[in-house]
Design a protein around this ligand. Structure first.
Ligand code: XMP
Length: 324
């Protein structure tokens, strides 16, 4: 009979049989639930012969890179390589304002960094790494067969995997029969921290597509601080699990305000929070007025460079979840 406990056992056995007794494997981890669960299965199956690579692109949420490291390395005992590549990403993003171009730059930089690090990982016997882990889920499999999810045709979602095909690695996809809620359940059984199991989805290009227009370190910092306040208040209000995804966007628009007796002329933050089942359609989340008031006031008071806060009340369709 099919249970999650059996699934874990079978998955581990299958991985062992595929990789064999000596070969090694690599895989990218993002801090999301899929790659973390997949990495934990690998760790259970082949121990330190699995090397997880976490590329910190400098575009993640506040403190997230540190949390990912703590959870996977210290917490789950996964053999983890952390690459601090923020400068490389931000340098490559200089002057880039078009959303699709940003995705391409971020995607290519990721592959560059990943390949560079992967090539430094050498099994003890001097052979090449033979396997690449992918956290592909069943819906991804279906989507790539039918190839017509609306978001696929509107925005070029890059998933790490298909792109690294010149590395001659054999793919391991232990989650390819599972849906998201099953992966979360699996994550709980495997002892992943609750926070990681239920984390809102976060796009690969991260804050890079939440800073509208040019992505500079200063702009990233503003968007990140505002986002942190919004998410912290959502958690405090006990709404995190009810909301499917929430974030702050930085609009490169200047707006006049007054702070004390000073006139200010700074940028605008747009908050977005949605409820959805499949992310193909989405409704904006209805907060209490008091909640929004509190968040707006905290952001303009605590984040330098912001003079105004707005809340996005557009459904998908026609608006997409992300602003870019
Ligand atoms: P949209 O904006 O297309 O978003 O309505 C639907 C879901 O996809 C995420 N998203 C991305 N994820 N790379 C990703 O890995 C991307 O380029 C990307 N663009 C959007 C978005 O966060 C939402 O969950």
């Amino acid at each position: 009979n099919w249970t999650m406990e059996n699934f874990i056992e079978n998955a581990i056995e299958r991985i062992r049989a595929t990789v064999g007794p000596t070969a090694e494997a690599i895989g990218a981890v993002s801090g999301g639930v899929d790659s973390s669960v997949a990495a934990k299965l690998m760790r259970e199956a082949i121990g330190d012969r699995f090397h997880a690579i976490f590329v910190d692109n400098g575009l993640m949420r506040k403190d997230e890179a540190i949390q990912v490291k703590k959870a996977l390395d210290d917490g789950l005992g996964i053999n983890l390589v952390v690459v601090d590549a923020g400068d490389e990403f931000l340098t490559n993003l200089k002057g880039v304002t078009d959303p699709e171009k940003k995705r391409k730059v971020i995607g290519h930089t990721f592959i560059h960094v990943f390949e560079r690090v992967a090539n430094q990982i050498k099994p003890k016997d001097g052979s090449d790494v033979g396997f690449l882990l992918q956290g592909t889920l069943y819906p991804d499999v279906i989507e790539s067969i039918s190839f017509k999810g609306p978001s696929q045709t509107i925005k070029s979602h890059h998933n790490v995997g298909g792109l690294i095909d010149n590395m001659q690695l054999k793919l391991i996809e232990p989650l390819r029969e599972l849906f998201k809620d099953e992966v979360r359940h699996l994550g709980e059984l495997l002892g992943l921290p609750e926070e990681l199991v239920w984390r809102h989805p976060f796009p690969g290009p991260g804050i890079g597509i939440r800073v509208l227009g040019e992505v500079t370190p200063k702009q990233v910092q503003i968007a990140r601080e505002a986002d942190y306040i919004f998410i912290s208040e959502i958690r405090k209000a006990g709404l995190y699990r009810q909301i499917s995804q929430a974030f702050a966007c930085l609009l490169p628009v200047k707006s006049v305000g007054v702070m004390g007796d000073q006139r200010m002329y700074e940028q605008v933050i747009a908050l977005r929070a949605i409820e959805t089942v499949d992310f193909m359609t989405a409704d904006w989340f209805v907060f209490d007025a008091a909640f929004l008031k509190r968040v707006a006031s905290r952001i303009v008071n605590e984040v330098t460079g912001v003079s105004r806060v707005t809340y996005d009340i557009t459904s998908k369709p026609p608006a997409t979840v992300e602003w870019e």
